[in-house]
Design a protein around this ligand. Structure first.
Ligand code: ZN
Ligand code: ZN
Length: 342
């Protein structure tokens, strides 16, 4: 089960009643935060999301509207008595940006950082976790990543199959957990005791980008797709292209073509004071479109729908990234980039 809460839906700057875009996902009582703009911790208080349980923070890119809330969140986590490490994942230069941003935060726990450089990166929420994370390159004015969170569902154990294959009962549990077991004479594989593959749960978050092929492929069959909708009006497409952003109809096309189940639009321009006015037109492209707002929430459970094989075009998984502790940077030249509309 994944509990997904949209903390904010604004782009560029927070507005009254519109916090900057950020998504919280709760899995097994532990939290994952995607993006952390200014005011994110206020949105967390408003929505009842706990900062204390966040183990992983995924940053799309280093424009200020996606990272400036980081010092406050980390400081609050420290003040609440947290001692366990927190891992932050983001594009190249993460090791410069985070210490610079957080120089005043006084963080009393270890901050581990994982810099992304490849166009595709896959890793697990924790060692052996069923929650697999896929970072993929977006197309913005600075290096930017989208993230898919895929919760695997274990294949059903088939005791008749295990018995007919003469599998010792003492190995059943390990085989069910997808482990291969060897004893003195025999190798037992999970296929010998498990039934068909089963559909898991997929949540994808992509903002600050033009549409690209990698986004289309990586977001396919999302149970919940959270995509940027910088502008609602198709007439603003040229402006979106210049600023490397996406409009409502483009997001809806990605959701429709990828057979996703539900689309949440987020990262509205401050000029879009009533984004819901474009919802009817957007729903003609993808019916299950929702305008983002603080507190929008879904609990996603496993279903008995058929398993869908991932398209072959998606590049094969990379190795699990190395995790290094935070360190002071001698070169303080990195800056959180400021442009007219982030
Ligand atoms: Zn932005
Ligand atoms: Zn941006």
């Amino acid at each position: 089960m994944l509990d997904v809460t949209l903390l904010g839906c604004g782009g560029t700057m927070p507005l009254p009643n519109r916090w900057l875009t950020s998504l919280h996902v709760l899995y097994n009582g532990r939290g994952i935060l995607i993006d952390c703009g200014e005011g994110t911790q206020i949105a967390m208080k408003e929505t009842g999301v706990s900062a204390h349980t966040i183990d992983l923070i995924l940053l799309t890119h280093f424009h200020g509207d996606h990272v400036m809330g980081l010092p406050g969140i980390l400081m609050s986590m420290g003040m609440s008595g947290r001692t366990e490490p927190v891992t932050i994942v983001g594009p190249k230069n993460l090791h410069k940006v985070v210490p610079n941003l957080c120089v005043c935060a006084g963080i009393p726990f270890e901050v581990r950082m994982v810099e992304l450089e490849e166009a595709d990166y896959r890793f697990d929420f924790s060692e052996g976790s069923l929650l697999h994370i896929h970072a993929f390159a977006a197309s913005h004015s600075v290096p930017t990543y989208g993230y898919s969170l895929e919760l695997e569902r274990l294949r059903k154990f088939d005791p008749e199959r295990a018995t007919s294959n003469n599998i010792p009962v003492k190995y059943w549990g390990r085989l069910q957990r997808n482990e291969t077991v060897k004893d003195d004479r025999t190798v037992y594989t999970p296929d010998m005791v498990l039934g068909e593959k089963r559909k898991g749960i997929k949540v994808t978050y992509v903002t600050d980008t033009r549409p690209n092929e990698r986004i289309r492929l990586s977001s396919r069959h999302s149970d919940l797709l959270v995509l940027e909708g910088m502008y609602g009006d198709d007439e603003r497409l040229e402006a979106a292209k210049v600023k490397r952003h996406m409009i409502f109809s483009e997001a809806a096309e990605i959701a429709s073509e990828g057979h996703s189940k539900e689309l949440w639009l987020t990262h509205f321009s401050p000029s879009e004071t009533h984004p819901e006015q474009y919802l009817d037109a957007t729903r003609k492209i993808f019916e299950h479109t929702v305008c983002g707002k603080t507190g929008l929430h879904r609990t996603l459970n496993y279903t008995d729908e058929p398993y869908i094989e991932e398209p072959q075009e998606i590049p094969s998984p990379k190795a699990v990234p190395s995790i290094e502790p935070v360190h002071e940077s001698e070169d303080d030249g990195s800056r959180v980039e400021l442009i007219e509309e982030w």
